[in-house]
Design a protein. Structure first.
Length: 438
């Protein structure tokens, strides 16, 4: 627990802390809550705060709003940590709050990550919230319906904070470049396009975006004129997610597994068995090969022969069971089967297309109609409203839209005509025709 210490500006503070908005004018996003005339804004500006829970993903302004309230309120403002605050300490502060209320002084208690408090800790707040001795403000990234005691939750107003848009984060990044609390005293050359890359990468998290910007500028080089030049390489190195590759025998290892894969794709069982033998005779791990065949079964065959994956997984288990050298025949069976099976990459293509859209819409919320609503709070927020249960219909179909609005009508899976996939193609065409008609 600590008494309020709101806008300390220590030189060594992280950029995200230095650039934390100090008032509602500087605050970005959450216009549905703090836009002009909105309820939360009125509550803050009128200093008429009731117990509330801020629920939202990381980096969207939960703690910042609490700090702004602390700055605006005429109340004593106290913060708690779920890690360091025990029940004894909570009760001591609650007693002090009761004494203060008799003197006409209100106490606001802010609990960050309130979902980390156990039931006993949460229960310690309850009687004081009920009596009005304190105003409780909790912040959580978890669904309060599951993480906060019902009795306490029923006495708090829940405000749902949304992921920030890339445009919101871009505003914050530009401010960090020009504001003296950020890099305003430095000469920095960074393009708006580069700032947009950082904003997109942050996926709605302002703190993450500012931390990334801080790292990029810290690692950028200063030219002879004292200007910090932010290059594409610096940005890519700072935000890339590099995967470590398994490398047993250098480049040739990957050349030969590539040859095996492409021979099976080309329906050439003789070449496939040859490259398999090259790998096994050179001492390659049979389990590694079995894993690659399993990938091939879905990437290059998919629904054209739904048994291909079963064969691949069975061979994988056989290799585990019997080991080398006997499992060489199992692997030979698998690569021959894969080579002769009808081919389709429709599943792989479908995923790649969907992944491309997913990366660009990571902040897109799940449509309310297909959200689960096991609690009253979630039902009050319209979770699951209008959901259509396909099993209750004659055709086992509904016209309900399951994609986010921005992706409505997008098609990813486009079946071919090989093997079983011709049957799936016909089924899909009938489904689409029915939905269009209805």
């Amino acid at each position: 627990m600590r008494q309020q210490s709101l806008f300390d500006n220590e030189a060594n503070e992280p950029l995200a802390s230095r650039m934390r908005p100090r008032n509602l004018t500087e605050f970005v996003g959450q216009t549905h809550l703090i836009g002009e005339g909105k309820l939360l804004r009125k509550m803050i500006e009128s200093d008429n705060i009731s117990s509330m829970i801020f629920w939202g993903p990381p980096g969207v302004g939960k703690t910042t709003l609490a700090r702004i309230i602390a700055h605006k309120t005429k109340s004593e403002f106290i913060t708690f940590s779920a890690v360091t605050s025990g029940i004894k300490e909570i009760k001591k502060v609650m007693e002090d709050a009761e004494n203060s209320i008799r003197l006409g002084i209100r106490t606001i208690v802010f609990v960050d990550e309130i979902h980390r408090f156990n039931k006993a800790q949460q229960d310690a707040f309850l009687p004081f919230v009920e009596k009005g001795s304190i105003v409780l403000i909790g912040a959580t990234t978890e669904n309060p319906s599951f993480e906060i005691n019902n009795a306490l939750l029923s006495r708090c107003r829940v405000f749902v904070l949304k992921e920030l848009s890339s445009d919101d984060i871009l505003i914050l990044l530009k401010r960090a470049i020009t504001d003296e609390r950020g890099f305003g005293k430095e000469k920095i050359n960074i393009s708006e396009d580069d700032l947009k890359i950082i904003a997109d990468f942050a996926n709605g998290d302002a703190r993450s975006a500012l931390t990334t910007l801080d790292m990029i500028i810290t690692n950028a080089e200063e030219d002879n004129n004292g200007i910090i030049q932010v290059s594409k390489d610096i940005i890519e190195n700072s935000i890339s997610k590099k995967a470590l590759l398994y490398d047993k025998n250098g480049e040739e290892h990957y050349n030969i597994i590539s040859a095996l894969h492409k021979s099976m794709r080309n329906s050439d069982p003789d070449a496939a068995v040859y490259w398999l033998a090259r790998m096994l005779e050179a001492g390659e791990d049979p389990i590694y090969i079995a894993r690659r065949i399993t990938r091939f079964a879905s990437e290059d065959i998919g629904l054209a022969d739904t048994n291909a994956l079963n064969v691949a997984i069975s061979v994988y288990h056989a290799c585990h069971f019997i080991g080398m050298p006997e499992c060489n025949v199992h692997l030979a069976e698998a690569v021959i089967y894969m080579s002769l099976a009808p081919k389709s990459n429709a599943c792989d293509v479908a995923y790649r297309l969907a992944a491309s859209d997913a990366k660009n819409t990571l902040a897109e919320p799940v449509p309310l109609v297909i959200r689960n609503a096991p609690t009253k709070l979630m039902k009050d927020l319209n979770y699951g409203k209008g959901y259509q249960y396909a099993h209750d219909t004659k055709e086992k179909l509904t016209n309900m839209e399951c994609l986010p609005p921005s992706l409505k009508g997008r098609e990813y899976y486009k079946p071919g005509i090989s093997g079983n996939e011709a049957r799936f193609k016909q089924r899909l065409e009938k489904i689409k025709a029915w939905k269009q008609a209805h």
